[in-house]
Design a protein around this ligand. Structure first.
Ligand code: SF4
Length: 428
């Protein structure tokens, strides 16, 4: 069966390799899924694909190694539990992320994020975009994720429908990383949708094919971009989301979180099934795919019995505060220049406790899916060097010290040189 690549992407599917395998990305609202959805996903993952999920830094879940004939079965299985993938890849509004975990402000951002995800996903007015369009709702500035979105809403005052947000636009990583700029501050919630629609429409009309919103900004300048957005907005009304009752997934008083360490976000389907079953058996109803590619469980009441059960089943917990993000690299991605997971294992073996409470991100190419510019130490496989028949990856090393994107500190290092340089920085 030969499938059209562009249409596949809109369904959240990429051609993974030349052997005819596919990657299927599933949109989750800010990384959240119910225990029942997780169990259904695990069943699908056991039947189709490689048997291991990849958890992305934007809170999505990816199947790898699917065959063309698997795709309809996977889509039906997802739909059966209210999961979907429309717009998860290609020129569309992608999954809407939130890096604020189950912390303060999370409930409000979840409500808004779900409204926006429903509004933009599968809506033909907002498909056929020049390239991807990434939106995030953040409950604060802590992780700097607002800098790398096409459109980010940062909650700055929580007051129900009177909540206010700062709006940042035109950021993005990839080959030409660029921080977004503050488009407007302290905007009322009812104004957000009209602004979002206007920005996406401007991008759809004036963006160049294959280039993100940041390139339109660079081409026309900030003033002109603002003018075009505001012209679109003139015809739109404020839109309040008047819910009949509180819908926020606000952790109940006294709720506790368990953070499971999932190395490189590689989660076997059987393990997801186990986590779901143990969670369900201990009255835990929600799972969260975190921006550091781990799984968090939310539990009302005492966590000790569930933690013990998870530990006995062989799961480890996020313990030393090390935030490690790793893209699939050449293990599974055809863009990958380096075996990212192998490199991460080597770094962990080499540096051990030096990585405690540090953040480290490794991307297998300049597309920067692991968000290396937002980690304290970011590594990008930037080039392949030929040595006879061999191709040796070379790495760029980034360092983030303030609130802005990380900056490059060393270019085109071999793996050994990278370890030396990183070791020096970690020991300082
Ligand atoms: S950063 Fe590159 S290698 Fe890694 S997942 Fe993204 S495209 Fe693939």
């Amino acid at each position: 069966m030969r499938l059209d690549d562009q249409q596949l992407r809109l369904e959240g599917v990429y051609r993974q390799n030349e052997q005819g395998e596919y990657m299927q990305r599933v949109k989750l609202a800010g990384g959240v899924l119910s225990v029942a959805q997780a169990r259904a996903l695990a069943d699908l993952g056991s039947r189709f694909g490689s048997g291991t999920f990849h958890l992305s830094t934007r809170g999505s879940v990816e199947f790898h190694g699917l065959l063309a004939e698997d795709l309809p079965h996977v889509h039906r299985g997802l739909a059966a539990v209210g999961l979907f993938s429309r717009g998860a890849c290609g020129g569309a509004v992608r999954g809407i992320s939130c890096s604020s975990s189950f912390g303060p402000g999370y409930g409000r951002t979840q409500v808004m994020l779900r409204h926006f995800l429903n509004h933009f996903s599968g809506n033909p007015h907002f498909e056929g975009l020049p390239k991807k369009f990434k939106i995030a709702f953040e409950a604060g500035y802590e992780r700097s994720r607002h800098l790398i979105q096409d459109l980010a809403f940062v909650l700055v005052e929580e007051a129900g429908e009177e909540s206010r947000y700062d709006i940042w636009i035109a950021g993005g990583l990839g080959r030409e990383p660029q921080a977004g700029f503050l488009y407007a501050d302290r905007v009322l919630e009812a104004e957000l949708l009209s602004i979002a629609e206007s920005i996406v429409e401007v991008y759809k009309v004036w963006g160049d094919k294959g280039r993100r919103l940041k390139h339109l900004l660079n081409a026309v300048g900030e003033d002109e971009l603002r003018d075009r957005i505001e012209q679109r907005r003139q015809n739109k009304q404020p839109t309040a989301f008047n819910d009949a009752f509180p819908k926020a997934l606000v952790p109940a008083e006294g709720s506790q979180r368990i953070a499971l360490n999932i190395f490189a976000g590689e989660l076997p389907a059987l393990n997801l099934a186990l986590i779901s079953d143990l969670a369900a058996g201990h009255d835990s109803h929600w799972l969260l795919v975190t921006p550091d590619q781990n799984i968090e469980l939310l539990l009302e009441g005492t966590i000790a019995p569930l933690k013990k059960a998870l530990s006995q089943a062989g799961f480890g917990f996020v313990a030393n505060g090390c935030a490690l993000r790793i893209c699939p690299g050449s293990h599974e991605c055809r863009m990958g220049l380096s075996a990212t997971r192998d490199l991460a294992s080597r770094l962990q073996g080499e540096f051990g406790s030096l990585l405690s409470a540090r953040s480290l991100a490794i991307s297998g190419c300049r597309n920067s899916c692991a968000q290396p510019h937002l980690a304290e130490f970011g590594i990008i496989a930037s080039k392949l060097k030929r040595e006879g028949e061999q191709r040796i990856p070379l790495f760029d090393l980034y360092r983030k010290q303030g609130k802005d994107l990380g900056l490059i500190v060393a270019k085109e290092l071999t793996e050994d040189e990278l370890l030396n340089r990183l070791g020096d920085l970690l020991r300082k």
